[in-house]
Design a protein around this ligand. Sequence first.
Ligand SMILES: Cc1cc2nc3c(=O)[nH]c(=O)nc-3n(C[C@H](O)[C@H](O)[C@H](O)COP(=O)(O)OP(=O)(O)OC[C@H]3O[C@@H](n4cnc5c(N)ncnc54)[C@H](O)[C@@H]3O)c2cc1C
Ligand SMILES: [Zn+2]
Length: 440
Amino acid sequence: MRRRDFLKLGAAAWLAGCASPGGVKPKARVLVIGAGFGGATAAKYVAMWEPGVQVVLVDRGREFISCPISNLVLGGNRSMRDITHSYDGLRKYGIDVLNGEAVAIDSAKKLVTFGRGSQLVYDRLVLSPGVDFLFSEVEGYEAAADRVLHAWKAGPQTVELRRQLEAMPDGGVYLLSVPVAPYRCPPGPYERACQVAHYFKQTKPRSKVLLLDANPDVTSKGPLFKRAWDDLYKGIIEYRPNAKVLAVDGRAMTVRTEFDTVKGDVLNVVPPQRAADIAVKAALTGHQVLSTLHTNDAAGAITRLDDMGIEPFLIASSVLMTCAQRLVRRVCMNCREEFLPDAEMFEKLGLEPKKDAVFYRGSGCDRCKGRGYLGRTAIIEALPVSEPIRRLIIKRASAAVIKNQAVTEGMKTLRMAGVDKAIEGVTTLEEVWRVTAEDR
Ligand SMILES: Cc1cc2nc3c(=O)[nH]c(=O)nc-3n(C[C@H](O)[C@H](O)[C@H](O)COP(=O)(O)OP(=O)(O)OC[C@H]3O[C@@H](n4cnc5c(N)ncnc54)[C@H](O)[C@@H]3O)c2cc1C
Ligand SMILES: [Zn+2]
């Protein structure tokens, strides 16, 4: 069922439980709100694992614009086209991808109402709406919204912020503020500072990146970023910790912190964040909620919840599944050639050397700019919380113990998922090693 059918059918048909186009009533309908990484992944795996189930994925956007790499668009190294993807890949799994904004959930009737009054019934609901910004916590933010951007969701703001950076004269100040943690993508602001500094260094070297951090120190990969700032961007990036932005003034182009008022030529103020509104409403009424956390693997997400002060019995009774994902580069299909990785690589990955298996790599061509890789794909580790794992959570078992149990029950680790993709010829073992070298 395509978007126009959704609109044509209207509320009545959806409420009636809506037979599928072939006239066969599906076993059940799983409705997923939010088609970002979280929702799209959930929809894909439900569709793969339960072919008889109708999976409907609804997002307020018509295409997916990826936040990772959006900092490179600001730095001038990638275009919006590189980070914009259609949902057609998901439709191939039989998922009905629709456009709409969920505004209310009635858990008793299992019914979601969308912006224009249309409604959908569901058997199971997955909510994955990402974050909302707490604009009201920064005085003057809304009034300054036409000039002061966050660009913390990739999209039109990314384009506009890039335009502002291009228009800024040499010698100007680009001010980037980091909100109090937790916020989406801890290393993101520091990466952005590097990208913009890289751009300045090449085109307007007298300009400055002023990083105002509400936190006492760099919240992620501190030593790495500080080394880069020292080695590569000395005199361009200035870092100020404990500098929470309290107010912005879009006319004067200033921000106020507890200590002083600072002027900038481009103001990039990232407001504090929390789980998106619809998820908060749903969680309060006892729904299933999908959330993203910053951990190394699927088992780590469970122990992270414990670290966050959530009681183990609550984690054990409420978490259904955790997933981890990483990106590996895809072998360029234009210059792909057969190749036998050396024995050492098999050993490092803990694999039996496979004499008969065929592996591939890209030899490098114009299309992949000699890299041998073109595009990226995700490797995913999915950990369903089984009864034995529930008991381990209650006993506060370590992430390693939980992971072992999951593997015993058949879970594919990130590395195993990566090796599968290397065997399929989608990526290389070198690439799998690159992204999983530090995994236990
Ligand atoms: C600048 C930047 C750089 C980043 N770099 C990286 C990186 O290198 N690596 C990495 O792993 N992560 C990175 N991240 C973080 C990553 O982008 C997020 O963790 C990820 O996008 C979260 O996925 P999600 O599916 O939870 O939410 P989202 O991607 O935000 O998706 C939520 C979706 O729900 C939709 N939605 C919300 N409410 C509704 C509603 N009521 N009705 C209908 N639809 C709704 C939204 O339109 C959206 O499409 C970066 C983030 C930023 C901002
Ligand atoms: Zn190539």
